[in-house]
Design a protein around this ligand. Structure first.
Ligand SMILES: Cc1cc2nc3c(=O)[nH]c(=O)nc-3n(C[C@H](O)[C@H](O)[C@H](O)COP(=O)(O)O)c2cc1C
Length: 252
């Protein structure tokens, strides 16, 4: 939603969407054209860009193609993630002309323990479009993109240590399961398969993204382990103060 709103703010309706969340998406997509502009979005996991997202993003390559880098986080903090995404884009041959950190519903949010439960909301979307409008204005007023200095974004190198999810994974309540396979279809890490007609998760590869939980039509899918409940309870208590989107523009 946020990435779409930023893109809409820049281009109005001339937007082509490319969702690389799932492994079946286009394996290689080079953007060599200076006339193209990419808005790339990725989530924040433990203050970093998840390794799986970085591996998928490796399939996008630019040739000094301008890019706007966006991270979406669950109202705790984005730590080094925006810096990491900007660095990654540069390493892939893109020219970062804008970067933003926006807030989305936390993957561990529930009605019992809401964490940024209704984000992004109307205000977030309006601000995302405003940011896009500023990028459009920047492009209209400069003579050449090459004269721009990449934006300075918060974060440190070396980045925070990467978190390796372990000790929890999504599970299916067989009494509620319709065997529709939505959880399998939407798992970006391909950790779920049918066994004896029931969805089974490989706990070693689950990244805790909760996409399976969000897409389950009956609520059969949950990540119920105490470890995740404890994190959700803690975040619910400590991340109540509303954080606002931040963005950074390239300077002349
Ligand atoms: C394993 C994991 C770690 C997360 N770490 C953070 C974090 O460090 N800071 C934060 O504010 N939100 C964090 N979140 C919340 C996500 O950034 C947020 O829910 C985001 O909208 C997820 O996008 P997605 O649904 O596309 O994965 C985390 C979520 C998960 C699953």
């Amino acid at each position: 939603m946020v990435v779409r709103a930023v893109a809409h703010g820049i281009f109005q309706d001339k937007v082509q969407e490319l969702d690389i969340t799932l492994p079946a998406d286009p394996p290689n997509h080079p953007f060599a054209d200076h006339n193209e502009l990419l808005v790339i979005g990725a989530p924040v996991y433990a203050g970093r860009i998840p390794g799986l997202a970085l591996r998928r993003l490796k399939n996008l390559r630019g040739s000094q193609t301008p890019v706007v880098a966006i991270t979406v986080y669950g109202n705790r903090a984005y730590d080094d993630a925006l810096l990491e995404l900007c660095d990654h884009c540069k390493n892939q041959g893109f020219n970062v002309i804008g970067a933003g950190a926006f807030i989305g519903k936390h993957s561990f949010s529930s009605l019992d323990h809401p964490i940024a439960h209704d984000r992004p909301d109307e205000k977030d979307i309006r601000l995302a479009e405003t940011f896009g409008g500023q990028i459009r204005h920047l492009l209209q007023t400069i003579e050449s993109i090459d004269q721009l200095k990449n934006p300075q974004v918060p974060g440190r190198r070396p980045y925070k240590q990467e978190m390796k999810p372990s000790g929890a994974a999504g599970k299916t309540d067989p009494k509620l399961c319709l065997h529709c396979g939505q959880c399998i279809l939407h798992c970006p890490a391909q950790t779920i398969h049918m066994s004896g007609g029931n969805p089974v998760t490989d706990p070693d590869n689950c990244i805790w993204c909760a996409a399976c939980v969000q897409h389950c039509p009956t609520g059969a899918r949950k990540i119920t382990q105490p470890k995740i409940n404890e994190i959700a309870e803690r975040l619910h208590e400590t991340c109540r103060t509303r954080r606002e989107p931040e963005w950074f523009l390239a300077a002349e």
